[in-house]
Design a protein. Sequence first.
Length: 134
Amino acid sequence: MPDQKPSVLFVCVHNAGRSQIAAGYLRHLAGGRVEVRSAGSMPAEQINPVAVEAMAEEGIDITAEQPKILTSEAVQNSDVVITMGCGDACPIFPGKRYEDWKLDDPAGQGLDAVRPIRNDIKHRIETLLAELLD
């Protein structure tokens, strides 16, 4: 894929916490070298404010993001689809790379509980980015 940027779609149920944290890290760390999408099978009305606060501690601003509904088109247009606790809600298309990241849900959690989830996601993003840009 020398001419085309790899694209990654992060999916969780509400697209308010884990997938937004992951998308924020990948956008930040990839510096434009990867196309980043996120969506939810049942999107919330707004991003989890604790996720926003946890990312702000890392110097990453995700306040402008909005939860989005998962579409088949988003999956089809992505090279890698990473699900986070959305079960069978994600459509499967041949030729895509799928990963399911087992992560605690930050919904309803305080900042002290969200930090380890954020840090776990950051580590996974760094690994993913190394694979994508190898």
